[in-house]
Write a protein that binds this ligand. Structure first.
Ligand code: SAM
Length: 335
């Protein structure tokens, strides 16, 4: 068993071992979810500032000897980045990296699932906020429910499991579908995770009005049958899980506002333009792109990771309708 607090491994000032790196491969997205991005999109990062696959690989090669074991590729929508399986293959070949996962909206997943699996991807999380086609088009501001469902099937068929579905719950918009999503877990070995809307600059009013605390949504789902606390499917996440007796799947809740999970935080993030972000809701970050582009070796990059541990914040401070950072949308640093 690895001693995660051993000297030389990444541990922050609060003795939290950092073993998980979330990498945003693009800030662009092919959806415009109402709680995330304005309809016209955001000012995109110029292409020349986006890290190349080779640069991302160098970052991960520097982080792996420091104890980083798990990678998640995210965005923006990671599948709009061309040739993503090539990046997966590069990262899967790095000694010490034993878990590569992907967060996707699923629109392009059906075509790519088998290639991603063959390249070394282990798991996917698919974001899906509604099971109704008209509502999908209203929430995501683009159609595509059928393609997302086909993507989920393709991922399961390719062996990309355990498969988690992430559903952002909004009062008055999709909170009447809690029972339908919960019913999914009675039929399939999927883990449906309900996420509280988090406040960012672009959504402060919607967040205040649409926020449903996780405790309330669990109470509402429990009207359809007793929910028993269960172990999660593994992974690195902050979700707490519950299941109906005998169901193959489970329901999870991610409650950044009502149940802060910062004390077990094990992660840092790499934005698409090469900023090492120490907290999703904090503005502390360190520029890795400049050293990468002047040719820094793994030792120098590793020293930047190690130094960054001193400024990882203890916790975020989210409040109803109050963004905790200058981030306009999660897509900017990788949700
Ligand atoms: N495009 C990919 C996807 O859809 O999973 C990865 C990036 S997306 C920003 C990651 C997750 O963040 C999605 O599940 C999305 O619904 C969620 N998300 C975005 N903005 C959010 C917000 N303000 N509050 C809660 N979840 C949010």
């Amino acid at each position: 068993m690895i001693d995660l607090l051993a000297p030389g491994l990444l541990t922050d000032a609060f003795r939290r071992p950092i073993t998980y790196l979330r990498i945003s491969v693009t800030d662009r997205c092919n959806l415009r979810c109402v709680y995330c991005m304005p309809e016209g999109g955001l000012p995109w990062i110029p292409k020349a500032e986006i890290l190349t696959f080779e640069e991302i690989e160098r970052v991960v090669r520097a982080a792996a000897p420091l104890g980083v074991r798990s990678i998640r590729l995210t965005g923006g929508e990671p599948l709009v980045r061309r040739d993503l399986p090539e990046l997966v293959a590069r990262l899967a070949a790095i000694p010490g990296i034993d878990d590569i996962a992907l967060s996707t909206n699923g629109l392009l997943l059906a075509d790519l699932a088998a290639d991603l699996r063959a390249a070394g991807l282990r798991r996917v999380n698919v974001s899906l906020d509604t099971l109704r086609a008209d509502r999908f088009a209203a929430i995501a501001r683009r159609p595509g429910l059928d393609r997302v469902l086909a993507g989920i099937d393709a991922a399961l068929a390719a062996g990309l499991g355990p498969l988690k579905i992430n559903c952002v719950v909004m009062r008055g918009q999709n909170d009447d579908e809690l029972a339908d999503f919960a019913a999914f877990t009675r039929e399939r070995a999927v883990f449906v995770r309900f996420i509280e809307v988090m406040p960012v600059i672009e959504n402060a009013t919607l967040q205040r009005e649409a926020y449903v605390p996780s405790g309330e949504l669990l109470d509402r789902i429990a009207r359809d049958g007793e929910l028993l606390p269960v172990a999660g499917p593994g992974g690195n996440g902050p979700a707490r899980y519950y299941a109906f007796a005998g169901a193959p799947g489970a329901i999870g809740v991610i409650s950044p506002l009502s149940h802060d999970y910062c004390e077990t935080c094990n992660r840092v993030r790499l934005s698409a333009d090469g900023q090492l972000k120490l907290c999703l809701f904090g503005d502390t970050g360190i520029d890795l792109r400049t050293p990468l582009r002047r040719g820094a070796d793994a030792e120098e990059l590793g020293a930047i990771f190690t130094g960054a541990m001193a400024i990882k914040p203890e916790r975020h401070h989210l409040d109803l309708g109050k963004p905790a950072s200058a981030m306009r949308a999660l897509s900017e640093i990788g949700g």
